[in-house]
Write a protein that binds this ligand. Sequence first.
Ligand code: ADP
Ligand code: MG
Length: 684
Amino acid sequence: MTKTAKPPAPRKTAAAAPSEGARAELAKAGFARLMDLLLHFPLRYENWQDASPLANLRNGETALVEGEITDAQIVYVRNRARNLLVAVGDETGATVAMRFFRLTPALENSMRIGRRVRARGVVRMGRVGWEMSHPQLQSAMAPAEMVAVYPAIGKLPQAEIRRLIAAALEKFDGAETVDGALRKFTGGGFTAKAALQLIHAPPAEEAEKLMEREHPAWRRLRFDELLAHHIVLRRRYRRRLGQTATALSLPPRERFIARLPFSPTAAQEKAMKEIAADIGKTTPMRRLLQGDVGSGKTLVAAAACLACAEAGRTAALMAPTGILARQHFETLSEWFAPIKIQCELLTAETRGKKRSEAESRLQFGISHIAVGTHALFQEKTNLPKLALAVADEQHRFGVEQRLALTEKSPGGVHQLMMSATPIPRTLAMSVFADLDVSILDEKPPGRAPVQTVLISAARRAEVLARIAERQKQGGRAFWICPRVSESESAELQNAREIAAEAGASHPPLNPKVVHGKMKAAEKESAMDDFRNGKTGLLVATTVVEVGVDVPEADVMVIDNAGRMGLSQLHQLRGRVGRGGKEGFCVLLYDEELSEAAKERLKILRDSDDGFAIARRDLQLRGPGEWLGLRQSGMPALRAAKLAEDNDIIRAARNAADQMLTQTPRLAFSHVHRWFGKNFKLARV
Ligand code: ADP
Ligand code: MG
């Protein structure tokens, strides 16, 4: 919003340094570099060129008008505030009354009878003719032009944002960082500088075309950005080929697989084979294992950990939460006990003597598998024999955490990342251009389907009654209260209310609440009660705490389901229906839920295919949100759209490889232009 009615900045502004105040606003909003300003793209353009004749105005439209001031006076309104009323007439003989209520001396001074003004704003038909309320003014001297309107940056007025961006454009070093031959792809022959210039300050006839990102100027920027992205990833890929890791081999089937109470699915067999081939080499593995929730990723991870243990080395399995870590620890301990492979649990709660003893056992090769949370990667933890690192729910870990882990071992470390969010191929190619991918596209047999229903939150009591009924047949229910506002305490209060209501109306449910602020021991005891059936209803504030495997759980209720992403909802739903009993997923919605949001939930109701749901989710939300890219350590993409840029992605990947081989210096200047010199190209 403009602070005062200032004219839009003329196109050519002296490249003045931002003021102290502007600099503070920029810093607060995360604008650190020139490029950050240049990549702050316009929301739309306003035409300041063609004024509408006053006689042709339409009620309610936003119009640019031009004319001569025929009257100007200060009036006092209710609370003694001063307003400036200005009458403007044009050649058509019509007039418009403009009312200004944020007065400055400059404004009052400029509104003199006989002067010409250009102003833009919403026109309304008032009692005595056209009226405009505090329109935006352009001094009659300034050149007519298209003006970009930008997303807000803190409290900076639009005019200031425009001025800063115009100055940044002037300063921008336009040197070409992409070889001519590689640029052919972007068509049009735009340089990056010309493309930016056009997008920020287009001539009137181009503005409309620029609103679509198919314009050649946009294609150039999309290509450049994806190229920078791929140079980073492909360089990482190449560096890995130069490192060495310990070659590991999977033990004979009789030693592990044959002892399990079930046989692996064909998909699990295939993934294990792919992993065996990778870790059998001395090049460090970087593999992403994708599989819908419940597809059995843990078993695949366990087989790789065992290969590592058999070689006398340490394997680390990291989970995003303490509850999940403990669950993995228990599963692996149970599977490995008969073959005398020992596991250690390392979480934030494993402290002091307990911790140092666990570390010693790993160091001396008494135990071989470390299961833990982030704490596992704290510098304090010493894992000198580390040869394999597995990250479960990989999308919730950043690149930094992955790196911290590998740095614990002097040699290269094999890495397996697991994710329940299936990523479409081209997207995986781009976001994880440094990884190989295995897919579990099949679920273990004996899964009962989960029925999904949409129910108004007003019918909470009915849902509780149903849960209490099922408990009599051995059922158990999760009730998730996801984060819907900034305030954490609101969710907690909601969770407590539900637990209290359930406890009061159905005492045998004995509901328990788990939330983020609880101590680990308290969480564990609540989980244990749920697992062994003492508790029939587990109310959780954070989704985080529910990546758990409780076969008896048969109902999943999700409060405020409309606020969550489809993939996330699908994963939560996957927590029930595991024990061979039919499962129910109840999506509770507010009456206020929009039709669009209801449609979204219906996708979930009508499909059980994680890949199909992920594709829809991606279309609806865009990849940044969807992949948790913000946590991935990669700079966010601003020009490109991963979901739509398949052809550009392919070209950028090839160009990146070619530049790294033929013109590495150019490749680095390109990355520095996009991501800044501080971006740790060497490490990522
Ligand atoms: P996710 O891929 O979501 O991590 P899990 O590894 O937790 O899935 O497996 C889900 C459940 O399926 C677990 O109880 C696990 O023991 C079981 N499971 C895994 N593989 C098989 C299989 N081949 N046959 C039967 N049950 C299996
Ligand atoms: Mg899992």
